[in-house]
Ligand binder design. Structure first.
Ligand code: NAD
Length: 283
């Protein structure tokens, strides 16, 4: 398939980054969200990101305009009808994703590849919710998408070799390195990373050190580019909690129990950068 028309579902933290890198790589992108406000915010974020690249002289003004011109926004699933590949990057919630995947499958052709950017849900289970599940795959981008070089490509039990090959080709065209991972909660990277962040929250909750010192400790002592609590704020505490709950349920193992403080902060609406307050405060 000569891929040129993509759909991206969800214009939040991940969706706007995915739309940006796809448009910059020359794809026509339909960015869809249920919230018109989220779409407006996403376009503003993409514009700002591209401006930053212009200042750094890694992008020409003209490339910014042509990339923006390749992104159309919509709140109507029918606008995905001509998509050859749809990347779902909506809120991490199983029922919601099962519902919206059916909406996607209802409007695209049966040869349209459908991918999910889920961090923790089963690709096999998501695939089972669409007709022709062999065209379903996990495409797990990393945050912030324009900066991070990796995509995890996850095969469900049903995923065909052709779908896998197309996903690997897309990753290459986006200038990313792809690794192929098996379908277990968290795949490879989050399986290792998320329990480490949860442990940092437990350390903070126990009052062993301040958030600043925990982050400084892991940055300077382990050469991590960003401390685990600052990373939690970047990921979004609601997303992080959803991932941990999926691990806890998926492996039936108490070692993945979410830190009580994480649950409390999510209940309070302290979700990290996106709400201006998490383990740190953002201006
Ligand atoms: P987010 O909360 O920033 O954005 C989610 C967006 O989905 C919102 O704009 C919301 O309006 C939209 N949405 C909700 N229901 C919808 C529907 N029915 N149709 C269309 N849009 C809908 O979330 P996010 O952090 O961007 O996460 C999105 C996905 O990416 C999740 O599956 C998450 O696990 C995954 N992911 C997140 C990160 C991260 O660091 N945040 C990293 C990798 C993968």
């Amino acid at each position: 398939m000569n891929l040129h028309t993509l759909g991206v579902i969800g214009a939040g933290t991940m969706g706007n980054g995915i739309a940006q890198v796809c448009a910059l790589a020359g794809f026509e992108v339909t960015l869809l969200d249920i919230s018109a406000g989220a779409l407006e915010k996403a376009l503003a974020t993409i514009g700002k990101n591209l401006d930053r690249q212009i200042v750094k002289q890694t992008l020409a003004e003209e490339q910014k305009h042509s990339a923006l011109a390749r992104i159309r926004t919509s709140t109507d699933y029918a606008s995905l009808a001509d998509a050859q590949l749809v990347i779902e990057a909506a809120t991490e919630n199983l029922d919601l994703k099962l519902r919206l995947l059916q909406q996607i499958a209802g409007v695209v052709g049966t040869d349209c590849v459908i991918a999910s950017n889920t961090s923790s849900l089963s690709i096999t289970q998501l695939a089972a919710s669409v007709n022709a599940p062999e065209r379903f795959i996990g495409l797990h981008f990393f945050n912030p998408v324009p900066m991070m070089g990796l995509i995890e490509v996850i095969r469900g039990l049903q995923t065909s070799d052709a779908t896998h090959a197309l996903a690997m080709d897309l990753a290459q065209r986006l200038g990313k390195t792809a690794i192929t991972a098996g379908n277990r909660p968290g795949f490879v990277v989050n399986r290792i990373l998320v329990p480490m962040i949860n442990e940092a929250i437990l350390v903070f909750q126990e009052g062993l050190a301040s958030a600043e010192d925990i982050d400084a400790g892991m940055r300077l002592g382990c050469n991590q580019p960003i401390g685990p609590l600052a990373l939690a704020d970047l990921i979004g505490l609601d997303t992080l909690l959803a991932i941990l709950e999926a691990f806890y349920d998926g492996f039936n193992d108490s070692k993945y129990r979410p830190a009580p403080l994480l649950k409390e902060m999510v209940a309070a609406g302290y979700l990290g950068r996106k709400t201006g307050r998490g383990f740190h405060v953002y201006g």
